[in-house]
Design a protein around this ligand. Sequence first.
Ligand code: HSE
Length: 309
Amino acid sequence: MSAMLKSVTVFAPASISNVGPGFDVLGFAIEGMGDKITLSHRTDAEYVIEALGAELPLDPKRNVATVALKSFCDSLGHKGGFDITIEKNFKPGSGLGSSASSAAGTVFAANELLGKEYPKTQLIGYAIDGEAVASGNRHGDNIVPCMLGGFVGVKACDPFEGFSLNYPEDLKVLIIFPDVPIKTSEARQILPEQISMTSGIQQAANMAGLIKGMTEGDYDLIRSSLKDNFAQPFRKTLIPMYDQVEEVVMASGASGFNISGSGPTMFAFFREGDEQSALKGKINQLYHSEGIKVQLHESTVNKNGVELL
Ligand code: HSE
């Protein structure tokens, strides 16, 4: 890319993290949802944020995108300012990696705008610096899939170590978003500091089963392994109608169900061709009866991650 660019626009996909037993470890990018981010140079040294489609902090010290951007620019010694326009097509606080989309998208855009040509894997640490502002913790299970696309495992953040996972080509995802806000930082605080050996062993068994199921396209194994002992039992209490939704989803023959990120979004796996309209009707009815708005979105795994528009 040329260092002469005045402006770049990128798309940074939403993502589902904490996939079953992969708390803080497994995540995948999703199609059709994400941030459109435009970054351009300023003649002064300010970072000026414009937020479209959602209310975001406009203070550069509190906005995940500008914290990540500053971390990247500090490492380069770049002192110039930027105008940053972040256009959201999904709600922050929904559990779909909103802060990761903004942070990863902005660092990727800066790399392009400044003509640096760093590989995406080298940008991950800066994006995590931004994400940490929102969650109070350094984890990469949204940042990494958003950056790289596909289905990923994160072994370490500093420095980044991770891998891509194969998944069945006909994998479909139903995203269920009841419109109640949950902050990742608060959803982390309710988690226990310790877990029992029994719980840890079960989690490891489910992780092994999920990886084998994903890589071999064994949907029965995916269904029986997409379970979480670390966060789901605690966080489900923050999500209205969680147990009822799980019951109708699993009864519909889904290939697994769990919380997306820190919630309130939940997700279910299906195979392409599986009929979901009756299930969607039931979920709509459940939330409607409680006066809670719910959005349902069918998607697939986004293979590309953040990209130039
Ligand atoms: N792994 C993270 C968590 C994802 O559960 O806190 C949400 O950002």
